[in-house]
Design a protein around this ligand. Structure first.
Ligand code: ADP
Ligand code: MG
Length: 502
């Protein structure tokens, strides 16, 4: 079906177009007509299925736009408030609708000012209750939406929510969305919804087919090695590693950092500011691996997470669904990879049954397999690379000093290191860089480089763009990396026997 079939007003169709949405997701296809008919609604669908637009579009369609706060969306966390309000702003701006975001920890006055100018507000329960109860703000929304209701329950917001509804007009359309429907949510629904219709995306639809799910059986002591090997092999663009406990998050963050990855930890008791900063770095690609607990990563919406790793299998199926829903977003493909010890196999079966999904059992790739895949990537990259005039010149220059096979090897090694980072066209180097290359080539010892140079090129390339000092053993690099790149660390990582067990 198409969005055309909903007969939205032109401004809204324009916004949908601008957002690049081609066709409604299943929850949108089911929910939008019901909401347009004016029904209250309970929508159940996992994260990443497009619930924001499922309520946002039909609500905006019905809004008049000149009567103060017409729509109120309540969400569990500040991040979600910002995400949802960004999304609604996109849909509403063509119709001139104003959106305000309301959450704790910021000054009241500005917030109140914004609310008074807004048509849509997106709020977390605590601050909203606060504003309503103190009568600093009075609103009469015709549309009230509870988003991620189960999460609000988990976070202990039930009382706040009930209280908030005492300040809202009885005459309203109420919509409730939740990934799961625990009993208390059903009871809440009976209290706040009027004759609701329900939309449930069934299990098979619920499992996002864009996510390939697999598990690897490992002994407990092999988890770190297995994780490294898999990251080497899968070569994720951005990934999230889930742990059960904060302690594990901290330990693994230090460990992965020591391995040369750009890592950030995300856990529940981080300062909000720090949290937002961390998430921003991840979105911008400054951090390539997020290590997180379940709670910390709930609702996290980063479109290009290519892989989710479960360092340990989560305790319950709901967490599993939430975790893997961080990948395969917005039509992208994703992989969800779970490490299990043999005695956790039963948990896999249980989750598969609960979620209505299949996880494929895989075997940790051998080091040889990792290398073969990398070589394959490299060959493909070389085949794709256009040779530029300066590239030819560069090879000519290099040929004065070194033989062509070595040049090729060198370039191959460098390209390999660059591939993941930004697909930089290595052939387009400037003359300074060519000189540096020649220096490197002169000191080049074939076997040594191949052994050590491959694994983790990421840091090096980053150093490069930063400082420009590309002499491998030269000075000028910052502390911790120095020892990694310069010394035997890398070599020993690739060469050591530890990782070979798979
Ligand atoms: P949920 O609330 O179910 O977790 P979101 O509403 O956050 O999901 O949507 C997830 C992502 O999918 C967002 O980036 C959103 O812009 C995108 N999206 C939603 N609906 C569509 C659609 N019909 N076509 C393409 N992308 C969509
Ligand atoms: Mg949502």
């Amino acid at each position: 079906m198409t969005f055309q079939e909903f007969n939205f007003k032109d401004t809204l169709n324009q916004a949908i177009d601008d957002a690049g949405f081609k066709e409604p997701s299943p929850v949108q296809a089911d929910a939008i007509p019901l909401i347009l008919e004016g029904h209250d609604l309970i929508g159940q669908a996992q994260t990443g299925t497009g619930k924001t637009a499922a309520f946002g579009l039909p609500v905006i369609q019905q809004m008049v736009g000149n009567k103060g706060v017409e729509a109120l969306v309540i969400v569990p966390t500040r991040e979600l408030a910002m995400q949802v309000s960004d999304e609604l702003f996109r849909f509403g701006k063509t119709a001139g609708l104003k959106t305000a975001t309301v959450y704790g920890g910021t000054p009241y006055n500005k917030q109140i000012e914004r609310i008074n100018q807004a048509n849509i507000i997106v709020a977390t329960p605590g601050r909203l209750q606060d504003l309503l109860q103190s009568k600093r703000v009075t609103i009469n929304p015709n549309f009230v939406i509870l988003d991620e209701a189960d999460e609000m329950l988990d976070m202990g917001f039930l009382d706040e929510i009930k209280n908030i509804f005492t300040f809202l007009p009885a005459e309203r359309q109420t919509l409730m969305f939740s990934a799961t429907m625990p009993k208390q949510i059903k009871i809440l629904a009976e209290q706040i919804l009027n004759n609701p219709k329900s939309v449930t995306i069934t299990k098979s639809e619920r499992t996002n087919t864009d996510i390939t799910q697999m598990f690897y059986v490992v002994a407990d002591y092999e988890r770190d090695d297995a994780l490294l090997r898999l990251i080497d092999y899968k070569n994720p663009k951005k990934c999230i590693i889930f742990c059960r406990m904060k302690k594990e998050v901290d330990r693994l963050s230090s460990y992965m950092t020591a391995q040369g990855f750009k890592v950030a930890a995300l856990h529940g008791d981080m300062e909000q500011k720090q949290r937002e900063h961390t998430i921003r770095s991840f979105k911008q690609g400054l951090v390539e691996i997020f290590i997180a607990t379940d709670v910390a990563a709930r609702g996290l919406d980063v479109n290009d997470v290519s892989h989710v790793f479960n360092y340990h299998i989560p305790f319950d199926s709901e967490s599993y669904v939430h975790r893997i829903g961080r990948t395969g977003r917005a039509g992208n493909k994703g992989e969800a990879i779970t490490l299990v010890s043999p005695n956790e196999l039963r948990t896999i079966k249980r989750i598969e049954k609960d979620v209505g999904t299949v996880m494929v059992s895989e075997v940790i790739p051998t080091r040889q397999e990792v290398q073969t895949r990398k070589d394959g990537d490299l060959l493909a990259k070389i085949a794709d690379t256009k040779v530029t005039a300066s590239g030819k010149d560069m090879v000519k220059t290099l040929q004065h000093d070194i033989d062509i096979v070595t040049i090729a090897q060198l370039l191959a090694t460098i390209v390999q290191e660059e591939v993941d980072v930004k697909g930089k066209d290595i052939i387009g180097l400037g003359s300074e860089e060519v000189k540096a290359l020649i220096e490197r080539a002169k000191n080049f010892k074939g076997g040594d480089r191949n052994g050590g140079g491959r694994g983790r090129g990421r840091n090096r390339s980053r150093n490069r763009s930063g400082g420009g000092n590309r002499d491998r053993n030269g000075g000028g690099r910052s502390g911790s990396r120095d020892s990694r790149n310069g010394g035997g660390n890398r070599g020993s990582r690739n060469g050591g026997g530890n990782r070979d067990r798979g």
